[in-house]
Write a protein that binds this ligand. Sequence first.
Ligand SMILES: Cc1ncc(COP(=O)(O)OP(=O)(O)O)c(N)n1
Ligand SMILES: Cc1nc(C(=O)O)sc1CCOP(=O)(O)O
Ligand SMILES: [Mg+2]
Length: 208
Amino acid sequence: MQLYLVTDETACLGRDLFWVVEEAVKGGVTMVQLREKTLETRAFVDRAIRLKALLQPYNVPLIINDRVDVALASDADGVHIGQSDMPYETVRALVPPGKIIGLSAETKEHVLEAEDWDLSYLALSPLYATPSKTDHAEPWGLAGLQWVRANSRHPLVVIGGLNVLNTAEAIENGADGIAVISAICSAESPRTAAFELKKTIQTGMKKR
Ligand SMILES: Cc1ncc(COP(=O)(O)OP(=O)(O)O)c(N)n1
Ligand SMILES: Cc1nc(C(=O)O)sc1CCOP(=O)(O)O
Ligand SMILES: [Mg+2]
């Protein structure tokens, strides 16, 4: 989850979502989340199955946002849940061992509660304000990220407003990975954008 692409068809500037994802993976994306907030269930499952087939040859895991049923139906690699989604304990009971479970943390209480849970990663939600998700919580900022790093045992992903200019500071302050929509989906070349982000992450890692 060093470079985690979250999909949003509306951010793809009219280009095919599968093309954008494959270009991004060729550029260095290491995990992909299918995030569909309006798609009906059957179309969501179909899209997940198609995306899984696309990602498999690259060994890039597919995560499904919100919907454990869609993750199971498509044999995705995992699920991402937020604070208004299915509770962690229920997800843990439904998802087979070995699958990825990621959780959004919006507050310090969420971070501390998650210490007892078997998570693959914790996402700081959001690091910075972003127009890509208008109902997001109060941004953590770098001071918040430092607090989470000091108080969480989980791998940390930051999401919200990440781009090539602020990725290094996030990594140097404790993030293990970044998750993005617009920095890749809306880039002229999703492949080049992913390549540049990945390079910045790796440079940031060497500095901590
Ligand atoms: C990697 C990652 N982090 C955070 C979120 C947001 O999840 P959530 O708060 O449940 O909001 P929605 O994305 O469902 O609108 C995410 N999807 N992925
Ligand atoms: C999907 C999502 N979740 C967020 C959260 O705060 O939990 S912010 C976000 C959108 C991130 O898009 P961009 O990279 O374009 O800022
Ligand atoms: Mg959600």
